[in-house]
Design a protein around this ligand. Structure first.
Ligand code: FAD
Length: 371
């Protein structure tokens, strides 16, 4: 049996669900295929950090666009996402790190962006009273925040369904062909036909692009997370470090959620990932050295998720350079949750009008065409 639409989306993470929603709002008939279940991979396993802070300069305009949507997420989605505004702070542990952060602020200001601000020693302690004595200052975005990853992705999926998107779980696209001006996608014994196709397949996005003849050297990686037992309330911000990987926040119930870059082992074939305990230990040590109170914490849970990393640590976003009607948005390299709403909106603009206001040239899949 075959079903037709204006657009087939492959991948039911936050990017696929957000793009499907915004495309449907623009009047497109959309079918979304997910090989497992909505939010099964990175979009359901992440730390929930909603962060403009410290973005690659090419990502800043899109991240800022996305943040505007986060700040009114309750008007866009009927379901709760758990989004809260909170400062995101990157702690400098040396004067040299603080100087680098100051230079970054000057550069961003020169580009016309003023959301990142320097916190001198006393201001840092006003925001983070429990920070270690050796911390000299920091960089902050005071109105960034965090959300619940699962809730958010489900909220986008539910809203997309309300707008008429046909979401098919347990539908892995197994064969894709372009014929007679349309994409024919086989999944679960059915054929889905549409003039436009969007690849939001996360850690599998590179493989999908390559199956259609476009080079995308994606590496599956497995960022890891820790949750501790409850501690007395000591932190209202989401905290990173300028010189080493960390993402840290204390939840309202007192538990601390710690992650930030140290990786386990990912297997895109099986879709499974594995914790590497020596690396997890280093994450815990970083948290203890920035917050001495953490020395009294116990780890109650840890997990990892499969994510797609590109060699230059920025995603692929935009039209195919090879096929008409094909679009990509994948490879977020462990920081794509915050970008979900903004990229969803811009992909809808691009797919329905042929252009977008957002600067996407640095994200072209064509950057990997040579070598
Ligand atoms: C532990 C961890 C912590 C993180 N912390 C943060 C953070 O704090 N802040 C932040 O901004 N980002 C964070 N990230 C990154 C963020 O989670 C990802 O960048 C983002 O979720 C990517 O979303 P996605 O929709 O592109 O991919 P995914 O959520 O992986 O969705 C892709 C979907 O495509 C499906 N799929 C693949 N192939 C097919 C096929 N052939 N047919 C049908 N379906 C298919 C997959 O099953 C999957 O569900 C973190 C990631 C991890 C793993």
């Amino acid at each position: 049996m075959s079903r037709s639409a204006d657009l087939v989306v492959i991948g039911g993470g936050i990017h696929g669900c957000a793009a499907a929603l915004f495309c449907a709002k623009r009047g497109l008939k959309v079918i979304l295929l997910e090989k497992e279940t909505i939010a099964r991979h990175a979009s359901g396993a992440n730390a929930g950090g909603v962060r403009r802070l410290g973005r690659h300069l090419a990502e800043v305009p899109i991240s800022v666009r996305s943040m505007a949507l986060w700040h009114r997420i309750g008007e866009i989605l009927d379901d709760d996402t758990g989004f809260s505004v909170a400062p995101q702070i990157k702690v400098a542990e040396t004067e040299a790190e603080l100087d680098t952060l100051r230079a970054r602020v000057r550069e961003l200001n020169g580009m016309g962006f003023f959301h990142e601000v320097i916190l001198e020693r006393a201001e840092l302690r006003a925001h983070l009273p429990a920070v270690a004595d050796h911390a000299v200052g920091g960089l902050a975005v005071l109105d960034d925040g965090f959300a619940q990853p699962f809730w958010t992705t489900f909220a986008f999926a539910n809203q997309a369904r309300r707008e008429g998107v046909d979401i098919r779980e347990n539908h892995e696209s197994t064969r894709i062909e372009r014929k007679d001006g349309a994409w024919h996608v086989e999944a679960n014994g059915e054929t889905f036909v549409a003039p436009k196709l969007l690849n939001t397949a996360g850690a599998w996005g590179g493989r999908l692009a390559e199956s259609l003849g476009e080079r995308a050297p994606l590496e599956p990686v497995a960022p890891m997370m820790i949750v501790t037992g409850r501690l007395p309330h000591f932190c209202d911000a989401v905290v990173g470090a300028a010189g080493r990987p960390l993402s840290f926040k204390q939840m309202p119930n007192g538990t601390c959620v710690i992650g930030g870059g140290r990786r386990g082992r990912a297997d895109a074939g099986s879709g499974l990932s594995e914790i590497l305990f020596p690396e997890l230990r280093r994450t815990a040590e970083t948290a203890m050295s920035l917050f001495p109170i953490m020395r009294g914490a116990s780890i109650v849970r840890s997990w990892s998720g499969v994510e797609g990393r590109m060699p230059d640590d920025i995603p692929v976003i935009g039209p195919s350079t090879r096929h008409e009607g094909l679009y990509h948005a994948f490879g977020y390299s462990a920081h794509g949750f915050q970008m979900g709403p903004g990229v969803g909106e811009l992909m809808a603009e691009l797919i329905s009008t042929g252009a977008t206001q957002s600067p996407i040239a640095p994200f072209s899949i064509g950057r990997f065409a040579q070598g």
